[in-house]
Design a protein around this ligand. Structure first.
Ligand SMILES: [Cu+2]
Length: 360
């Protein structure tokens, strides 16, 4: 779902600047300078205030507004507003695209090619990415329990690699861990995985590199592997089904491979039921907080929880998957972000793990 109704050029239009980055650089310098001025003037402000109190016989005088302090605050507010107005910002490339299978004698065949690309995480912010099929996160694989699957990996990277199917209970040889279950797939080589999705092993799973993985997964070699159940639970019948893949490696704090304001808002209509599949491919915990409505947790790592429970902040640890249902009954644009605040907001405004749930 991508909504570009708010033009990403709003910042430029507002401030007449060549790019958001140059704006942020200039604004940062202004804040530093403004902060220094504020620091110098704060003490004089206090003495003025103290004198005013003396003259009025000890009663409280109104706090005088120091112009330079007000200007620094206004500069900061302008940066925060600009970041917000840029959302959702248009960037090149979109991850999580559904990967179509090729059917061969009843087997679903998927091909993943790992290459080194440039990836735009936020407007104008291009980073080196190691990606499956030129997208971060890699394409979404969606199968059903009992399906026979063949997955062919082509390694066009400068390092060896391998794919682990995280959450799937496969025969040992298909587990994708170099020097434990298979030799490394060297640069230029291809490797084929073949397995049947075990009965009962449905839910939100992942695939990712399991070779030099702190670097390779941090650079983008990851994706969602969703197994649909033969018999869905009643609570799983929803109007919208969204992925939220968290990462915190070399691309910074990202949701589905993008940083705010380039994250994509989730859009639903009032009264709809929304499923969100949180997956943490990073190396830190991220307590994901939704404003305005609670989330009902239905599965952990694909397994139904003994009884669904409610929360508005859900801690998602590395490797974990949590599925939640939101009854979208509260209209508005609702902030949706990681509540480790340095992952979501700075002096310059919101960034990183921030998006919105828009209930129309
Ligand atoms: Cu976080």
């Amino acid at each position: 779902m991508s909504d570009k109704s708010i033009p990403s050029s709003a910042v430029d239009a507002l401030y007449g600047l060549a790019s958001r980055r140059s704006f942020l650089r200039r604004a940062a310098a202004t804040v530093v300078a403004g902060g220094a001025i504020a620091a110098c003037t704060d003490s004089s402000a206090q003495s003025v205030s103290a004198k005013a109190a003396d003259h009025s016989g000890g009663t409280t005088a109104p706090n005088p507004v120091v112009p330079s302090t007000a200007a620094a605050a206004a500069t900061m507010d302008a940066m925060h507003e600009a970041a917000m107005k840029a959302f959702p910002a248009k960037t090149e490339g979109m991850g999580n695209q559904l990967l179509a299978a090729r059917l061969e004698n009843g087997v679903k065949v998927y091909e993943l090619t790992a290459t080194q690309i440039q990836w735009e995480t936020a407007p104008g912010q291009k980073v080196e990415a190691w990606a499956y099929n030129d997208q971060v996160p890699g394409p979404t694989i969606r199968v059903r329990e009992g399906d026979r699957v063949k997955l062919i990996l082509h390694n066009k990277l400068s390092e060896s690699t391998a794919i682990h199917f995280h959450g799937l209970e496969l025969p040992n040889k298909q587990d994708g861990v170099t020097f434990i279950t298979q030799p490394p797939v060297k640069p230029g080589e291809s490797y084929t995985y073949e397995f049947t999705i075990p009965e009962g092993n449905h839910g939100s799973h992942m695939y990712h590199s399991h070779h030099n993985s702190a670097k390779q997964v941090g650079l983008g070699l990851l994706g969602a592997f969703i197994v649909e159940p033969r018999k869905p639970m009643a609570i799983e019948k929803v109007d919208a089904d969204e992925l939220m893949i968290l990462n915190d490696g070399m691309h910074g704090y990202t949701l589905n491979g993008k940083s705010f304001p380039a994250t994509v808002p989730i859009k639903v209509k009032k009264g709809q039921k929304l499923r969100i599949r949180f997956m943490n491919e990073g190396m830190m915990i991220h307590p994901m907080h939704l404003h305005g409505m609670h989330m009902t947790v239905i599965t952990k790592d694909g397994w139904p929880v003994p009884a669904p429970w409610r929360c508005d902040t859900l801690n998602v640890a590395p490797g974990e998957r949590w599925d939640v249902i939101v009854n979208c009954n509260n209209p508005g644009v609702w902030a949706f972000h990681c509540h480790i605040l340095p992952h979501a907001e700075s002096d310059h405004g919101m960034f990183g793990m921030v998006t919105a749930l828009i209930v129309a």
